[in-house]
Design a protein around this ligand. Sequence first.
Ligand SMILES: NC(=O)c1ccc[n+]([C@@H]2O[C@H](COP(=O)([O-])OP(=O)(O)OC[C@H]3O[C@@H](n4cnc5c(N)ncnc54)[C@H](O)[C@@H]3O)[C@@H](O)[C@H]2O)c1
Ligand SMILES: O=C(O)C(=O)C[C@]1(C(=O)O)C=C[C@@H](O)C=C1
Length: 341
Amino acid sequence: ARGITVHLTDHDPAQARTAAAIGAGTDEAPEGQVDLAIVAVPPAHVAATLAEAIGRGVARAYVDVASVKGGPRRELAALGVDVTSYIGTHPMAGKERSGPLAATADLFEGRPWVLTPTRDTDHEVLNLALELVALCKAVPVVMDADAHDRAVALVSHTPQLVSSMVAARLEEADETAVRLCGQGIRDVTRIAASDPRMWVEILSANPGPVADVLAGIASDLEATVDALRGLQSADVEKRRGGAAGIEDVLKRGNAGRVRVPGKHGTAPVAYETIAVLISDEPGELARIFADAGRAGVNIEDVRIEHATGQQAGLVQLMVDPRAAAALTAELRERGWALRQQ
Ligand SMILES: NC(=O)c1ccc[n+]([C@@H]2O[C@H](COP(=O)([O-])OP(=O)(O)OC[C@H]3O[C@@H](n4cnc5c(N)ncnc54)[C@H](O)[C@@H]3O)[C@@H](O)[C@H]2O)c1
Ligand SMILES: O=C(O)C(=O)C[C@]1(C(=O)O)C=C[C@@H](O)C=C1
């Protein structure tokens, strides 16, 4: 879409063919050297893939996009590869699904894309990597590789494990309990659907920092179990202590949550939510979005809640508070049933 020719290659040619078929580029080999090679293989194969490509001189510059940065850099050094033409990078955007069919063209828009140049990095190479980030409309963030790995342990790798652990409780759960799943558990467990093979690779490349964050959570868990046991006690003092313990963890959670940046990496925006009842029929969502467009309102975020056992759902449209009145009026006029939030 930005006028760049993209050549795709994969050790499984069917993957490259599928990606080419949905418009990601061509699976034909380039003639001669390309400007930039982007290595998007599992973390354990990054160093070997780069070493081979750099050895053949396939590109003027090289980046990888693996979710960990320290390990691949050390492996490259151990292989004795000249890294002046390489920058380790990591776009902080992804899906719980892998493979070309999970891709979307706007995945990186407005998302942080970490670049980890060193003193050895050639300036022209850094400029090419920055151009790639700009073409994908992402936001460049320059970091040291090990600082990056500690940061993603906190904001990505540990959350993946915690989500999996919560979802794991459901495996043996009674069907009557599972039927009651609402939006809360859907939010907490979305990434539990991720590919275990990819995550074993990511966690194997960042075990120390993830274990440190998880140990902190384990101590919170222990204190919370004690607090809940206190709440079960006949002793008034123990019940009071238990309630205070629970309140403490919930309040610290509130304080952490407000620090999570909004969609475009800027300060979080308080959107107004407009809830619309829809029937579970093809085209309903498209109709709502078209009506919002007619009112000139940009939908910042959207959530859909399905009612169990009913052919209906609730769509929550998150919009700039200044646009909420216009959207409400337009939707009412067009016959939509709105629900109070
Ligand atoms: N999925 C995400 O959310 C996400 C986000 C940011 C970064 N990443 C990183 O991107 C990289 C790729 O992840 P993905 O989700 O695109 O996985 P994916 O499974 O969709 O793609 C990986 C591809 O690499 C190919 N491959 C494996 N070994 C190879 C080798 N030695 N040579 C050539 N090709 C090889 C596989 O056949 C596969 O097609 C990983 O390093 C991951 O950490 C993933
Ligand atoms: O949101 C998701 O589904 C992701 O998998 C995204 C996510 C993340 O944790 O933010 C996961 C791993 C990648 O390294 C980068 C992004």
